[in-house]
Design a protein around this ligand. Structure first.
Ligand code: AP5
Length: 218
């Protein structure tokens, strides 16, 4: 148990910039970036059973079942590198996951400290996801808004970038619908808990970061 652990939950629709911000914020605050999407994709590239199961939902734009996701997060947060806390990216994503997360944090003496809720209009989300290029290690670029120095090449390790399977336009539209149906109830959940911080995600990346850090240090 660590009394000083900090837990930040990034909330917002697919393409709002949760992953982009979570990486920066985690580094700034010395926390671990825990992305459930990245954990599923890692399992898929390692050809695990969990990876195959997750892909069968992800490729259709559906959510992976709660019990599978919660167990995976519990295991990840039990590792020593999470002792100071984590920036959660893509989790929780349903009311059942939010309740399970609160219960898990209570067990280890923590709580959700802040929930940056990044808002972006739907048409911008589609544009962002269709131009997104990612690295195998989870770094995120955009063909126009956040391009790498060399097209399709990761600035940091020189490996090839790729487009995610679930960034095809028809899957993107369904992911946004799933967000409104299953994840948007969390806005009220965290509003009631007094931890929600709404941020205009149409601002440049560094402005969004500034607002989140201001909230974290307040
Ligand atoms: P996941 O990987 O979590 O995807 P997502 O939530 O759909 O979010 P994205 O990664 O698409 O977007 P983002 O908000 O992180 O935006 P990004 O920073 O990349 O989940 C994928 C799938 O896994 C789910 O559909 C589900 O199947 C499964 N899954 C994951 N977690 C689960 C859970 N808890 N329960 C059940 N299933 C789960 O930015 C997008 C683009 O915009 C980038 O190109 C970026 O460079 C650009 N950009 C970012 N910010 C700005 C800005 N301010 N201005 C201009 N461009 C910007």
């Amino acid at each position: 148990m660590n009394e000083k652990a900090t837990y930040i939950v990034m909330l917002g629709p697919p393409g709002a910039g949760k992953g982009t911000q979570a990486k920066i914020i985690a580094e700034e605050l010395g926390l671990v970036h825990v992305s459930t999407g990245d954990l599923f994709r890692e399992n898929l590239s390692n050809e695990t059973e969990l990876g195959r199961l997750a892909a069968s939902f992800m490729n259709k734009g559906e959510l992976v079942p709660d019990d599978v996701t919660i167990a995976m997060v519990e295991e990840r947060l039990s590792r020593p590198d999470c002792e100071k806390g984590a920036v959660m990216d893509g989790f929780p994503r349903t009311p059942a996951q939010a309740e399970a997360f609160d219960a898990l944090l209570e067990k280890i003496g923590g709580k959700v400290d802040m929930v940056p809720f990044i808002t972006v209009p739907n048409q911008v989300l589609v544009e962002r996801l269709s131009g997104r290029w990612v690295s195998r290690s989870g770094r995120v670029y955009h063909a126009l808004y956040n391009p790498p120095i060399v097209k399709w090449v990761d600035d940091f390790d020189g490996t090839d970038l790729y487009q995610r399977e679930d960034d095809k336009p028809e899957t993107v539209v369904h992911r946004i619908e799933v967000y409104y149906e299953q994840t948007s109830p969390l806005i009220e959940y965290y509003q009631n808990a007094g931890t929600l911080l709404e941020i205009d995600g149409t601002q440049p990346i560094d402005r969004v970061t500034e607002e989140i850090l201001k909230g974290a240090k307040a």
